[in-house]
Structure formats: structure tokens, C-alpha cells
Design a protein around this ligand. Structure first.
Ligand SMILES: Cc1cc2nc3c(=O)[nH]c(=O)nc-3n(C[C@H](O)[C@H](O)[C@H](O)COP(=O)(O)O)c2cc1C
Length: 427
């Protein structure tokens, strides 16, 4: 059973961010991870060229692990018409293209396995995110629409404006857990070296954990951890034992599921062979968790708590922006891995950039087609100042930060006059 990396001394020469990490038989070259991010760009569940370029650019940017977005184990679990699927063997060759491009660019491919439960069947976020009606999606066939049934642990809508899902029968709950197992097998066949179970953000697994969303009276209601344990068991049985399994949790959802609940569940998952808990939050209600104001590293305390209390490895995520901030989280023993989502969108070569800022030869983190030229330029122009040579360093690795309440709007600069590429997008 793997155990967390020991908390290192502060005077190590190599930053922990760039110290390889071994999990089971998989070695990550560094500890910077691309968090799963839906692209909403799949067609009938199949990846498109968009996915290839999207995942390729992170892999070529030096990330140690690239986690492909929530890919659905069941067609009913698609959040939007653009969700990726893995509910059938037919997806394996197409997903293999994504795994291959990540591997080709020198990173390690991982994939998140999810099901949107009662939050399925919605418009893309930038199209309003509302529940869909048949007439909203003329591009999908009648057969696809009829199959896209809203199902959940209990017949309770996500919010008053959403339709009521059908509660799965006990047998269907077991069948759905099996679907995660089949998905894990397909992920391995497609070349992914790591899978992440999506147990967060108010989606199906999180719904089974929640006292708000799970009113069942069978074994899945009497023991609200039962479904998650079953999924972890099925995934572990179907994914090679030498490769790691992660699980993302909403460690605190501010709606009846607490960090103490997550700590207990993490212990159970550790015994079932889950290697890393990816510590996220919220999603059961539409508002963010009120107990953790959104700011730099606001979810880091979750990763720290679960790591300390259960001994499982943890991944910190949520407004981790600067390399010194990320390094401090690792140095202080609060997490084993650092995941970036929006900052990776902003700077897909973040690891190379961070390595340079930390005094390393960051050009070796990227393929030679990039690194060789950048290295030559640095030799010829040693005083060159790069475009990312900012000096902003956030106040601390955890808790409330100075950007509180502003990150959701994203713009730091608020500049106008830039061209709007969204007008041209085909997605
Ligand atoms: C475009 C986008 C898509 C996302 N899709 C997923 C997803 O597929 N699965 C998931 O667990 N989280 C998803 N998230 C949440 C991120 O993984 C991450 O937890 C969150 O954005 C906070 O990290 P950040 O502050 O570095 O962006 C998504 C976030 C963004 C911005």
C-alpha cells in the first residue's frame, strides 16, 4: 500500500514540485497536474480534434500528469451534448488518441470517470447551463434523447428549476457501479496510466453521499458510503494493480457533507486501494461552500486534513497560481500533488515557466522541439525577460487570500479592446 511522501526538509536543493513522485509503479516526473476540465466538445461522446490539441498542449507544457475531463461511464450521465463517453468499447480507439498525444508529448495520461446524475442533460455553461428540453438539442437523435434519462439516487431535483430525476432501483445501483468498472478497463485499454473516480461537485457519486440528495431506504441509503466503496472496488478490480487510482471528493459541500465525513470515507477508500484523494469542494447546492471563501489555495486545508488524518496521498486544487505558493503547499506537507485548472488554461506551459522561476533548467520539462530553441535563446540573450516574468506571490498556501470573491469573474486586468475569439469558435 503506498503511503504519502514524507514531509521533506525545507532546505532541499530541488524544489518538491520538480521532484519525481512514484505512486504504485507509476513515476511522475513532477508533481504538477492538469485538473480535469470539461471541454464540452465531444460529438456523440466521441472526442474531436479539439480534445487532441487541448490535451497535447498541456502535455507539451511540462505537466507531470494530465487528467482528461470527466468522461461518462453511462450515456445517462452526460452533463451536456458535448461530454466525452466511455460507456462502450467503441470509445477505446478514439480515447487512445488522447492518451497517445499526452504520452507523445512526454507526460502521463489520466482520465476522470464520471456521471452527472441529477445534474445531467443541461446546456453548456456559456449557453446558460439550464436544463435542456428536447427542442433545445435538435442535433441529437430521438434515440439519443430517449436514452438520456435523468437518473439519481433519489427522486429529488438538483434545485427547484430542475426536473425531477428517476431514482434508480437497487439492482440499477449495482449495475451503475459495474459501469465504472467497465470504464476503468476501457481506460487501461486506451493507454491511460491513472484513473480518477469523480465523486465530487454534486454529481452522481456525491449525490449518494449527501443527506440532501440520498433519501434511499435500501443498503445504499442506510450506508451512504456504500455506493462509493462499491465503485472504488469495481474500478480497482478492473484497472491494473500496478497503476494508481485517484478519487475526487467535495471534501466540504456546506450542505450536510463535512470534512470529517470525507476523512472517514477517505480511510475506507484507502483500504480499497485508492491512492490519492483529489480534494475539491462544493457543488451540492449551486452556491460555493460558504465556509471556505474563494481565494488563493482555499481548498488546501481539505488536502491537509485528509492527508494528516488518514495517511492517504492528497492532491490540492483551487486557485493555485504561483509556483512559490504551490511549492509551499508541498513543503509544509499539506498535499502530495498540485492540480491547476484555470491557471493551466491561462498558461499551458506553467511547469516550464515555474521551473525557470525556481532556478531550474525548465526547458528540459518540455519536448526538445520547444526546449532546444528556448535554451539557445537563453544562452544568446541571458538578460532577456520573458512575458510571464511576473512578481506576484500570494500571501499563503491555504485559506483566505487577497483575491477572495474575485476569481470567479476571472479577469485580473479587466482589459478591453482585445478581440473576442468566442465569436469565431465552432464549439
Ligand atoms: C472549464 C472547466 C471545466 C471543468 N471540468 C471539470 C471536470 O470535468 N471534472 C472536475 O472534477 N472538475 C472540473 N472542473 C473544476 C476544476 O477541475 C478545478 O477543480 C476548479 O476549476 C478549481 O481549480 P482552479 O482554481 O485551478 O481553476 C472544471 C473547471 C473548469 C474551469
Amino acid at each position: 500500500m503506498p503511503s504519502p511522501a514524507p514531509s521533506p526538509s525545507r532546505d532541499r536543493a530541488t524544489p518538491l514540485l520538480f521532484t519525481p513522485l512514484r505512486i504504485r509503479d507509476l513515476t511522475l516526473e513532477n508533481r504538477v497536474v492538469v485538473a480535469p476540465m470539461h471541454q464540452y466538445a465531444a460529438v456523440d461522446g466521441f472526442p474531436t480534434d479539439w480534445h487532441i490539441q487541448n490535451y497535447g498542449r498541456y502535455a507539451a507544457g511540462g505537466f507531470g500528469l494530465v487528467i482528461v475531463e470527466s468522461t461518462k461511464v453511462d450515456p445517462r450521465g452526460c452533463g451536456t451534448v458535448g461530454d466525452l463517453g466511455i460507456w462502450d468499447d467503441a470509445f477505446v480507439p478514439a480515447l487512445k488518441r488522447i492518451a497517445d498525444v499526452i504520452t507523445l508529448a512526454g507526460s502521463v495520461p489520466a482520465i476522470q470517470l464520471g456521471h452527472s446524475g441529477r445534474k445531467a442533460r443541461t446546456a453548456r455553461p456559456w449557453e446558460g447551463g439550464r436544463p435542456l428540453k428536447r427542442s433545445d438539442v435538435p442535433q441529437v437523435s430521438d434515440a439519443w434523447w430517449d436514452r438520456w434519462e435523468l437518473v439519481a439516487p433519489s427522486a429529488i431535483p438538483a434545485d427547484p428549476a430542475s426536473p425531477t430525476p428517476r431514482a434508480l432501483t437497487t439492482q440499477e445501483m449495482y449495475d451503475l457501479a459495474d459501469m465504472w468498472g467497465h470504464a476503468a478497463r476501457r481506460a487501461a485499454q486506451a493507454g491511460f496510466k491513472c484513473v480518477e473516480i469523480h465523486g465530487a461537485h454534486g454529481f452522481f457519486i456525491h449525490e449518494t453521499l449527501s443527506p440532501l440528495a440520498n433519501h434511499r431506504t435500501d443498503e445504499f441509503g442506510r450506508d451512504r458510503h456504500h455506493f462509493t466503496r462499491l465503485v472504488a472496488t469495481r474500478v480497482r478490480q478492473n484497472f491494473p494493480s500496478h497503476l494508481p487510482v485517484f478519487c475526487r471528493l467535495s471534501v466540504d459541500d456546506d450542505a450536510g457533507w463535512s470534512p470529517d465525513d470525507s476523512s472517514r470515507l477517505a480511510s475506507e477508500l484507502k483500504h480499497l486501494g485508492v491512492d490519492v484523494i483529489d480534494c475539491s469542494g462544493g457543488g451540492m447546492t449551486s452556491r460555493p461552500v460558504s465556509s471556505a471563501p474563494v481565494g488563493y489555495g482555499y481548498q488546501v486545508p481539505y488536502a491537509e486534513k485528509l492527508r494528516r488524518e488518514t495517511g492517504i496521498m492528497t492532491m490540492a486544487v483551487g486557485v493555485i497560481v504561483e509556483c512559490q505558493q504551490a511549492e509551499r503547499i508541498l513543503q509544509e506537507g499539506k498535499a502530495d500533488l498540485i492540480a491547476l485548472a484555470r491557471e493551466a488554461l491561462y498558461n499551458p506551459t506553467w511547469p516550464m515557466d515555474a521551473a525557470r522561476k525556481m532556478g531550474l533548467n525548465g526547458f528540459s520539462t518540455v519536448p526538445p522541439a520547444y526546449g532546444w530553441w528556448l535554451s539557445k535563446r537563453a544562452q544568446v540573450l541571458p538578460s532577456l525577460v520573458t512575458s510571464t516574468a511576473g512578481t506576484g506571490v500570494p500571501p499563503s498556501g491555504g485559506g483566505k487570500g487577497e483575491v477572495e470573491g474575485k476569481v470567479a469573474e476571472s479577469g485580473r486586468s479587466g482589459q478591453s479592446g482585445v478581440s473576442d475569439r468566442s465569436r469565431n469558435t465552432k464549439l
